[in-house]
Design a protein around this ligand. Structure first.
Ligand code: PLP
Length: 401
């Protein structure tokens, strides 16, 4: 099996699992309890919080553990909207956000808020000048993702943070794909809130965090006990948080060499596929891109068929075209970067990890080329197009679509 779907989830590192285990069976005390037996759990929580804070240039009391990326996004957006309602009712986000952000914004629209969804350019990059133009006196929140989960484009977060700060507007970023993969400093980028999720950086599933800058008014999403400084009730997921802390530590220690290795593989795979498969486009920014993200659009191909045939060859990938809801709508991200609907249907996302090898990339590129040729040979549209191109003397150029 060749696993190339690390944007969907990653393998929990064995060291992470090892760090978690004692907190199930040995140190299972509730961190809120007063007796000494609960001390290891309490200390482990504090240690994980310190680790995460350090990784962002934040303070430990600005880190709140949650049940994952979706919860962090929901919390940040919904509860700041409510808390700042007296100041205004306008929110700015983008058309390429994760559904955890988009659907929360749509929910708020039904409850009296106005939301601007910014366009992006053909690389999936938000234009800072568009953002500045969208700001109104009643704007209270800007939410722009750090890096896109489908096409890997890294957004100009520092510039966006500067604009938000200049206008006195809160800035939230969904950094679920970026955290642990690219360096992030909340001071440098003037980020007020940041969402991340353990299972996207080799930690466990169902645990994440929200960074909340001191001074930001953010009401509790979950009401109950006094955990997480009274802002996120419920007995802490101690093993999960310990695992997240360990994963964060390893991610920070290994980031530089991992990014170098993964981006090398990424560029090799891009080159191999673009060379072997005509009428292919690389989606997303060529260089301002997550080290492990590859996303192609193949003209005259159906992403779903490609995925199924790749699965038959032991390759786990993902298509931008299938929505989790079971509808066959093309990806909102690919439409936002201007792909025609039929091309957006022929997309393929491959997200690598440090466990992948160059030999695997050769195999994958070979399989993609073979499958693409086979599927296209059955496509009357393709045949017609190629014959038409031959008749008119048009020459194919690499990357043309
Ligand atoms: C995976 C993902 C989420 C959701 O995180 P969960 O922990 O699965 O809830 C949110 N935003 C982005 C960009 C993601 O990639």
């Amino acid at each position: 099996m060749i696993y190339l779907d690390n944007a969907a989830t990653t393998r929990t590192r064995p060291e992470v699992v090892e760090a978690m285990l004692p907190f199930f069976t040995e140190y299972y005390g509730n961190p809120s309890s007063v007796y000494d037996f609960a001390t290891p759990a309490k200390q482990a929580l504090a240690q994980a919080r310190d680790m995460v804070a350090k990784s962002l240039g934040a303070r430990a009391d600005e880190i709140y553990f949650t049940g994952g990326g979706s919860e962090s996004d929901n919390w940040a957006i919904r509860e700041t909207a409510e808390a700042y309602r007296a100041k205004g009712n306008h929110i700015i986000t983008t058309k390429i956000e994760h559904h955890a952000v988009l659907h929360t914004c749509e929910y708020l629209e039904k409850h009296g808020f106005a939301v601007t969804y910014l366009d992006v350019d053909e690389n999936g990059t938000v234009r800072p000048e568009d953002l500045e133009q969208a700001i109104r006196p009643e704007t209270i929140l800007i939410s722009v993702m750090f890096a896109n989960n489908e096409i890997g484009t890294i957004e100009p977060v520092r510039e966006i943070g500067r604009i938000a700060k200049k206008h006195g507007i809160l800035f939230h970023t969904d950094a679920v794909q970026a955290y642990g993969h690219v360096p992030i400093d909340v001071e440098e980028c003037r980020i007020d809130m940041l969402s991340a999720s353990g299972h996207k950086f080799n930690g466990p599933k169902g645990v994440g965090f929200l960074y909340i800058r001191t001074g930001v008014k953010l009401r509790a999403l979950i009401h109950g006990g006094a955990q997480e400084r009274r802002r996120r009730a419920g007995t802490e997921n101690v093993p999960g948080i310990v695992g997240l802390g360990k994963a964060a530590q390893i991610a920070m220690e290994t980031m530089e060499r991992r990014a170098e290795y993964e981006s090398g593989l990424r560029d090799y795979l891009i080159e191999q596929v673009m060379r072997r498969v005509p009428y292919t486009r690389l989606n997303g920014h060529r260089t301002d891109r997550l080290p492990n993200n590859v996303n192609f659009a193949f003209q005259f191909l159906e992403g779903e068929s490609l995925l199924i045939l790749l699965d038959g060859k032991g390759i786990c990938a993902s298509s931008g075209s299938a929505c989790t809801s079971g509808s066959l709508d093309p990806s909102h991200v690919l439409l936002a970067i201007g792909l025609p609907e039929e091309v957006a249907h022929g997309s393929l996302r491959l997200t690598l990890s440090e466990e992948n090898t160059k030999e695997e990339m050769d195999y994958v590129a070979g399989q993609i080329a073979a499958i693409a040729a086979r599927l296209r040979s059955m496509s009357p549209l393709y045949e017609e197009y190629v014959r038409g191109a031959e008749r008119s003397g048009r020459k194919y150029e690499e990357g043309q679509i």
